[in-house]
Design a protein around this ligand. Sequence first.
Ligand code: ARG
Length: 278
Amino acid sequence: MKKFTKILALALAVCLCMGLLAGCTGGKDPVEPTAPASNGGDDAAALKTVETGKLHMSTNAAFPPYEMTTDDGGFEGIDVEVATAIAKKLGLELVVDDMGFDAALTAVQTGKSDIAMAGITVTDERKEVMDFSDSYATGIQVVIVKEGSPIETVDDLANAQMIGCQKATTGYIYCSDTPENGGYGEDHVTAYETGALAVMALVNGQIDAVVIDNEPAKSYVAANEGLKILDTEFAVEDYAIAVGKGNTQLLDAVNKAMAELKADGTFQDIVDKYIKAE
Ligand code: ARG
């Protein structure tokens, strides 16, 4: 009995030494996980997130039908439901962090959130400071005007006294650019905290047009009498999920989860729930 314990202890000690040795001499190279985390979902334990067991999504929940608040203080929308499904596949619980749109982008850049999902358009400038998943939707920048407005096409925007956009959005970036670059100059664009506030200003006659993404535009026009969307489009863009620059582990996991949600129809079901076919 005693002898057996001794042998066991010795064996344990040997194992421990070998383990330590391997750990010490091995450096970084040999301890590489056998299954790379790029396999995504199956390896959720290896995913480092802001908060253990959670996937923090920074967003601006004022962008129907992608993200909006519910009456009871919760969140809903395409992005919210898709992110919930992605988190589930990664073995994580989704936490929605609602803030200004510019703050939502900053949060993911500075590691305060794991992903930013907010109908975010992929642009070269943003790609320099964050990484993007495969695109999951097309966004179109459209123009909202009052019925009977002299602005009848996108070209007429050049005659607008004042255009309204949501702060930090591509609509604002394009419109506030110089005329040489296809914009109208900062003096002709007002940035609002939300698209809804820009639309309110249009309804009140403070501005001549709003440049905003097509899906929220549709919902604002439906909710406010006397507005219309111009037939001509201002810009066509791709939406994607943002992760911190260089966070390939999470990016690969998100892309894999999204591909699965697309393959099994979950993604389309969520979209169809919020966007009715015309
Ligand atoms: N697609 C536009 C952009 O990326 C607007 C997105 C605004 N999203 C929001 N949740 N408010 O700039």
